[in-house]
Design a binder for this molecule. Sequence first.
Ligand code: GDP
Ligand code: GDP
Length: 434
Amino acid sequence: MGNIAAIVGRPNVGKSTLFNRLTETRTAIVNEESGVTRDRLYGKCIWNGLEFSVVDTGGYAVGSDDIFEEEIRKQVLIAIEEADIILFMLDVTTGITDYDEMVADILRRSKKQVIMVVNKVDNTDRLTEASYFYSLGLDEMFPISSINGGGTGELLDRLVELFPSTENVEELDIPRFAIVGRPNAGKSSIVNAFIGEERNIVTPISGTTRDSIYTRYNKFGHDFYLVDTAGVRKKSKVSEDLEFYSVMRAIRAIENSDVCLLMIDATRGVESQDQKIFQLIQRNKKGVVVLINKWDLIEKDTMTTKKYEEQVRSKFAPFVDFPIVFTSVITKQRIHKALEMAVAVYDNKTRKIPTAKLNEAMQQIVHDNPPPSTKGKYIKIKYIMQLPTNTPAFAFFCNLPQYVKDPYKRFLENKIRKMWDFSGVPVQIFMRKK
Ligand code: GDP
Ligand code: GDP
């Protein structure tokens, strides 16, 4: 599960425009110079009450012209492997190109759910031309105009229909852990250490049914699920060093987890890919434990751990309240600790503070440090409640919620973090009218 739709197609067909429309982010930049890092890869869409993820495969800049086709081919293969539905985008104004034929060919053989999205159908004249695209041999086609929104409602209706209804995994009280990170960080190795068996299955890519998403374990006295372990262990034929690959892999695992163990290769440190994965974890409001793996390869003096830790936190700022464990899978150092921290973060994520305790502690803090008055308005916080959400969220009921600024909310968050242990977990503060 995970409900991921990936948009594939050659440059300029309108992937980014559709992505923005679906995710309603106006921040992504259309027609930017190639080679510039863009974060338009991943967003959430809600339609008829169902939330799903949209991935724009064009969000990753591709290299020089000669490897161009090959790179896009790889991205399509990864999208097939990792997404639930492929939106194959085409351009009615250019008709079918050789490149479209090539992609259609891959998609037809994939057995994946594919929807052709014929874009730039801005008027009814172009509607007839859109039907030519059926000659690509794919069954389903939606004519749309990403620019004016025409046809996108019908497309969304169909998507929501195709996504499976939500599994009732939220109700399990056994934690689900996902092991994420760049290629070669040691993900398969740690999974093997948990499982206690050596397995590295090499399978060719196909769009056929994937292995079960959750596998249940009982290790070191803890009962837990590992998410998408097959995906971790399976060594794919597709080039693993593609940034797109590791991020795409991570999305599904993150979405299906409660707590993510983000593995960093100690010899490389935190790089932009690690920051991207960390952001994905934050955006999905999941718990996180950072594992600095291959610690056996680092020359150490007494300060090393502390210095390293500070560096790591600064790379992931502003969120700094998370556990870091220095592991070595090879020498079996702190593997047990890593799992223990993941369990602790899960406990933090599910912690409920009794309303009386919450008010007792926070009212005092608010009394000592009241929110600064704005425009002569005096803000009075009356009571505080933890909301019945999946991640810790607190509502502060007050007379003028709109006058409470972000710095004060951050102040309250930090106090709550100090008072109760929410390490590794996002904490949300809401101001509500009372
Ligand atoms: P991408 O490279 O596939 O991500 O394509 P973009 O989203 O960057 O769009 C390429 C160009 O097509 C831009 O100039 C868009 O304004 C234009 N475009 C996108 N969607 C439509 C559409 O529905 N109708 C028209 N007429 N132009 C569009
Ligand atoms: P994955 O791509 O993230 O699944 O990474 P792998 O588990 O396949 O590990 C990549 C390489 O790093 C393999 O050669 C492992 O043996 C090696 N490796 C993994 N963990 C450690 C570690 O803690 N120390 C050292 N020295 N090597 C490690």
